[in-house]
Design a protein. Sequence first.
Length: 465
Amino acid sequence: MRRWQTVVQELERMIRSGSLRVGDRLPSVRTLCRTRSLSPSTTLRAYSSLEQAGLIESRPRSGYFVCTRPKPPVPLLSIPKPSSTRVAVSDLVFDTLEASRSREVVPLGSAFPSPTVFPWKSLARYLGSSARRMDPWATVGSLPPGSLELRRQISRRYLRMGITIDVKEIIITAGALEALNLALQTVTRSGDTIAIESPTFYGCLQAAERLGLHVVEIPTHPEEGLDLGALSRAISKYSIRACWCMTTLQHPTGATMSEDKKRELVRILSNHEIPLLEDDVYAELQFAPTPALPSKAFDKKGLVLHCGSFSKCLAPGYRLGWVAAGRFAEDLARRKIESSLATSLPIQLGIAQMLRFGGYQSHLARFRRLLANQQAVALESIHRHFPPGYRVAVPAGGYFLWIECAPAVDSLEVHRLALQSGITIGPGPMFSARREYRNFIRLNYGHPWSPEMDRATKRLGQLLR
C-alpha cells in the first residue's frame, strides 16, 4: 500500500469512529509532512482523496476540516418475505407527490434535489447555440435511437468506467423513467411476473401496475442491496420474466451492492436468461472518488438494460435519459418510435455539447461535495430532534435518507399531520406493492439545509414522539 493511501485510511478511520468530528481542523500539510516524514505531494494527494470522498473540505487560508458525519453501523431493517403480488400503489404515490409541488411546504418529502443547484445558465448557452446551428435534416436523422453525438458522449462516459458500449446499443429517451418503461414493455407481457427490490422505487410499482404485471418483492439490505439468496429461491418458485433493480444508490435505502454481488447477480440472471433492468439514475452522485461500477460492466450476453438520466445530476426538467439495451436495442428503439416518436433534438444537442465542452465533471464534483455536506448537517439535525430508537441507513451518495421509526409509528399518519405543519415526507408504504414499511419514512436532504429545514425536522421529531 502506498504511503498516501495509509494516511487516507487512518484519517478516514478516525472520522468514522468519531475521533475527528464535523468541524475539526486536520493537521496542516506542513505539520503532517514533518510528523510523518512525507513529501508535500504525498500529503496533498491524501487530503485530495479525502476531499473527493466528501469527508473533509479545504477552507482558503485556514486549512482542512472534517465536513461530514461518520457512517454509523447499518442495521438490518425489517423486510417482508417474497411473494407474488398484484400492484395497486398509484393513488398513494400521486397523493404524496402532489403535496410536494407547493413552494410553501418544506420539501423533506420531495423526490428531487433543489433546482437552484444546477448550471442553468451554461445549459441555456449550449442549448441556444446548438439550436441555432442545428441542421434541419437532423430532425429526421436523429429519430430513435437518437442524436449520434449525444450517444457518442454517453458511450465515452461508459468507457471512462472501463465499459465498452457500442453507440448502436444506446437509445435516447425522455428521461430514465421512459427508458425503464420501454425496457419493461420490451421484455414482458401482461400477466408476467417480475422480481423487484423491497423496498423499491415507486415508479417501478406504477409501471408494473399499468402493464398488469405481478411482482415478487425481494428483500433488500440497506447497505448490501438485493438478497441474492432470496432472488435465487424466487426464481426457482416463480416464472420470473425480468428483474428490475437499482444496484447503486438504491432508492429509497441508498444501498450500493459490491462489485462481487453485482457480478453474481448478473450470473444468476443470465443462467436463467432473465433480463435485468438496471435503474442507475443516481450513479453520478456517488461521493467516493472512484465510483462503483454498474452491473452492466459484467454483462456478457446483452441481458442487462442499463438505464441512466441527466435529470438527477445535470438538467432536471429537460427530461433526457437513455438505455444501453444490449440485445434488445433494436426492439426497444421501435417501441420508442411507437410510444413518443422521438426525444427533443435541441435538448439532445445542447446536452451533448455540454458533455463535450461545458465542465460537466467540475459541476459534478461541486454537486457531490454539496450533497455530502448537506447529508452531514441533516444527520446532525435528525440526531438532535428525533426520539431515541430510530435507525437510519446512510448512503454513500445521492440525497435520500431511509429511516426506520419505532414500531408504533404510522408514517401515513405522520405524513398527514406533517402536511398540516407545511412539511412533506415520503411515507414508507409508497415503496412497497403490499404497503409494507408502515413505520418508515424517506427524507430528502437535497435542498439547502436552512433554519427552516431544521425547524421542520424538529417538528417531525415531535410528531414521532
